[in-house]
Design a protein around this ligand. Structure first.
Ligand code: 0WD
Length: 256
């Protein structure tokens, strides 16, 4: 009776219980999905195992995957394929930039810092989609996580805003490539959520108070709301939607 019964969904990027990917995992689990997790770090894997136990989620496959490395991505999806055969969706919830590049003036971004942010936060979706497609023989959905800094200048977001702009454009080009195979590619643009990664962006608390003041809903969003929107995009309910960026931000992006 769940929206995602019998669906195998790969969730990339649960670092801890605050992670956006964890909110998504809970929504998917409640909808009946069979979850497969990938982590970069052993430390995250340990935390994830604990989280899964605490939440009575059993029999999930845990695979390691460093999205900076094509071979690692390839190996991860091969391992997933050996275990479950077919997958019906992927949640891409990873990003990275040097802390030094997340404050001050964007103009001072180094070449390496720029490339690093693009590599982990944007190119990774291309490489992941390419490998995932091989296992998505019954069609399905891929959903990535983006932020308003892709569309507007958000103080301190800097190099990550440029990487997210590339990510959103990649969503559109990928949607075109895999559409004929019945695979949809979309992004959720979430408002600020206090996570491990968010700590790296200077002035994060100021962003939260502006939302309470100006967003139509006058409140923050949490990772459960991102989870439900991502669930929708991955499900058959969104079967007519691809190449889209869906804002889950209390409406903040419409306000001048
Ligand atoms: O306010 C926020 N937190 C927002 C976040 C608002 C809007 C969007 N987002 C985006 C982020 O930019 C990111 O794309 O949501 C996504 C998830 O971010 P998060 O939940 O805020 O971050 P966090 O809980 O720190 O998880 C990020 C994961 C970590 O997982 P692991 O397993 O590695 O600990 O991304 C991971 C990071 O380490 N990550 C990588 N995973 C695989 N390979 C890599 C990598 N090379 N680099 C970072």
């Amino acid at each position: 009776n769940g929206l995602m019964d019998g669906k195998n969904i790969v969730v990339m990027g649960v670092a801890n219980n605050r992670s956006i990917a964890w909110g998504i995992a809970k929504s998917l689990h409640n909808a009946g999905a069979n979850l497969i997790f990938t982590n970069r770090q052993e430390r995250s894997k340990k935390k994830l195992e604990k989280l899964l136990n605490e939440n009575d989620i059993h029999d999930s496959l845990l695979v390691s995957c460093d999205v900076a490395d094509d071979e690692s991505i390839k190996a991860a999806f091969e391992e997933i394929g050996e275990h479950v055969g077919v997958i019906h969706g992927v949640v891409h919830s990873v990003a990275f930039a040097d802390r030094d590049d997340l404050n001050g003036d964007f103009i001072n971004t180094s070449r390496n810092g720029y490339l690093l942010a693009q590599d982990i936060s944007s190119y990774s979706l291309v490489a992941v989609t390419r490998e995932a497609r091989k296992l998505m023989t019954e069609g399905g959905g891929i959903v990535t996580q983006t932020y308003l800094g892709a569309e507007r200048v958000v103080k301190n977001y800097n190099v990550m805003g440029v990487a997210k702009a590339a990510l959103e454009a990649s969503v559109r080009y990928l949607a075109e490539d895999v559409g004929p195979a019945g695979i949809r590619v979309n992004a959720v643009s979430a408002g600020p959520v206090r996570t491990l990664s968010a700590k790296g962006v200077s002035g994060f608390n100021d962003k939260l108070s502006v939302i309470e003041e100006k967003a139509p809903l006058r409140r923050h969003i949490d990772h459960d709301q991102v989870g439900d929107a991502t669930l929708f995009l991955l499900s058959e309910m969104a079967r007519g939607i691809t190449g889209e960026v869906l804002h889950v931000d209390s409406g903040f992006h419409i306000v001048a």
